[in-house]
Design a protein around this ligand. Structure first.
Ligand code: NA7
Length: 545
């Protein structure tokens, strides 16, 4: 369509996942017109694409839910402690129906270019399907794990069997019965899918580069202690989550490891192992576990011991034991029968630390030592996380013709993870610099969306038309991010949190490590101090704080 026929809205949103659904709902209520542009054929975001066997959330589902409407909370009941991908997708569809959100979403529509028009104070978006969009505000709700990483292994095109990516799993499923299957990658996607693939396949060969820490999910009904807390005082429960470190209502643990005896530590660990809750084990054992290598090493040892008791073959057990990173520095996983799967006669683990993949051949995978003939290769190799979907997907051009990928060439720089200096009226939900992936995403998304929409409404009411972070504020946030990062152990692991999983990507710890509650307080303080760190302008007004 010609630019003359652009769709005119106050706000354009990219994405229709958890964030991209809540945004139109809030924006409409604030009296702003909105269109959401979504590449997929329906709502769901991450949960639309990641349909591999065993895909589930690994935050308890009662916590991984919208909380903006108490009636919605009682209108929907989760069937399990950790919902499966189909159930989460149904939930998001239910939300879309309940608030009639689809009427403002253009599906199968990709933004191909976004350009700030300084003269008119508007963003112009080109799309690959239908009219371009002209909007005052442009919000990326593109998720943190939505741009799958290329396989980076030679020869994939020569392989004559079937190739699947966990992050782009076919919608009608894949029948692996009788097949020789290879899975490459042992992050969450690999660890969730491997036990189920092993049940179907004739033989499964897992190619593991870095062993990960995984804990049993003990899935089933939502635990009664958590349910009674939630149902006892729902508002207080939700508020505690919002003020917590990780977006799940657990108290701050005060006892440090060296105050506890070996027996006390073991008892705490066993209790946590039995709970099947990542946030619990990451936060409730002892206070120094996430900040001190010695306090952390105690947990690593206890988990390795567990792996050793589950996996019968000593060589396989040793290969599955992580030694190269602190527990929690790389995203740990929740599993259902993951380690026990290696006791099956039809499962082989290949330790790529001892024999790296050399190439993919027409018939399978060759390492330095051996060749494995397979019918199917599953890449569970992860994502260009956090910046991938913002930076690489389409050119975003801000003030003075500057591109976002150029400005971020040395790593992402943001103010509050929500805005970027030089990009007026541009926002990111769970962008780099927000607690995002180190938190319960549902809680972070609601906070970001509420903050952004409240600001847009307040700007309009005050007669402002543009908002932009100052360079000073952005530099300050970068320093604060770096200071917080030195306090945690995340810096000690090569992970997608730091960009280390993508060859050539600049290394920087991308999520904010200061915690969800402190982050919320900072965002609130920015407002109470007159939009500290932002420049606001309008036809008749200008202000810089
Ligand atoms: P992850 O956690 O990034 O895991 C990817 C896995 O794939 C990880 O084990 C990687 O090993 C491995 N990998 C990646 N590239 C290669 C190549 N080229 N060769 C061999 N192995 C490779 O992605 P997931 O999808 O599992 O999970 C993402 C998040 O989704 C997860 O953390 C949860 O938050 C939900 P590496 O560790 O890099 O050595």
């Amino acid at each position: 369509a010609a630019s003359g026929s652009a769709q005119q809205v106050d706000v354009a949103v990219v994405g229709a996942g958890f964030a991209g659904l809540y945004l139109p709902h809030r924006l409409r209520k604030a009296g702003l017109t909105v269109v959401a542009l979504e590449e997929a054929g329906d709502v769901g975001g991450t949960w639309y694409w990641n349909r591999y066997p065993g895909a589930r959330c690994d935050i308890q589902t009662i916590d991984y839910s919208y909380t903006f409407d108490p009636e919605l909370e009682t209108a929907w009941t989760w069937s399990e402690k950790y919902a499966t991908q189909p159930e989460i997708l149904r939930y998001l569809g239910f939300v879309a129906d309940r608030y009639d959100l689809r009427r403002d979403i253009r599906f199968k529509t990709k933004v191909t270019e976004a350009t700030w028009d300084e003269a008119n104070g508007r963003w112009h978006l080109a799309t690959d399907n239908g009219a371009p969009v002209s909007c005052r505000y442009y919000i990326m709700a593109t998720g943190c794990l939505s741009a799958p990483k290329p396989p980076e292994i030679d020869g994939v095109k020569d392989f004559t069997g079937a190739v699947y990516f966990t992050g782009r799993w076919p919608h009608d499923g894949v029948n692996l019965a009788g097949k020789r299957v290879a899975v490459i990658g042992t992050g969450s996607s690999g660890i969730q899918s491997i036990p189920l693939i092993a049940q179907q396949a004739e033989h499964l060969t897992v190619f593991q580069r870095t062993p990960n820490f995984a804990l049993p999910a003990h899935n089933g009904p939502a635990p009664s202690d958590r349910m009674s807390l939630l149902q006892g005082d729902r508002a207080a429960y939700r508020e505690q989550a919002r003020r917590s470190m990780a977006g799940v209502p657990y108290p701050q643990q005060m006892a440090v490891s060296w105050q506890l005896s070996d027996a006390e530590r073991r008892a705490r660990f066993e209790e946590a192992w039995g709970k099947g809750d990542l946030v619990y084990i990451l936060t409730q054992l002892w206070a120094d576990q996430g900040v001190d290598v010695d306090g952390n090493a105690l947990i690593c040892e206890l988990i390795r011991e567990k792996i050793g008791t589950i996996v019968k073959d000593p060589e396989t057990a040793a290969a599955l034991m992580p030694h190269d990173h602190p527990f929690g520095a790389k995203r740990p996983c929740l599993d259902t029968n993951y380690y026990a799967t290696y006791n099956r006669p039809n499962v082989t683990l290949v330790n790529l630390r001892q024999e790296p993949v050399k190439a993919i051949t027409p018939s399978g995978i060759t390492t330095g030592k051996r060749s494995f003939d397979v019918d199917v290769i599953v890449f569970a190799t992860g994502f260009d996380a956090m910046t991938g979907a913002i930076r690489a997907v389409h050119p975003i051009t801000g003030r003075d013709g500057k591109s976002l990928s150029g400005v971020w060439a040395q790593g992402p720089q943001t103010y509050l993870g929500l805005t970027v200096a030089g990009f007026p009226n541009f926002f990111m939900i769970t962008g780099p610099g927000s607690p995002s992936v180190l938190s319960n995403m549902a809680v972070s998304i609601e906070q970001h969306v509420d903050w952004v929409v409240d600001r847009l409404a307040a700007l309009r009411d005050a007669g402002f038309t543009t908002i932009e972070a100052t360079e000073t504020a952005q530099a300050g946030w970068g320093r604060h991010m770096a200071d917080c990062a030195t306090l945690t152990l995340h810096r000690l692991a090569n992970t997608w949190y730091t960009g280390a999983n993508v060859p050539g990507k600049v290394r920087a710890l991308m999520p904010y490590t200061g915690g969800v509650g402190p982050y919320r307080s900072i965002c609130d303080e920015v407002v109470s101090r007159g939009m500290l760190g932002f420049k606001l302008t309008g036809p008749d007004v200008a202000a810089q704080c």
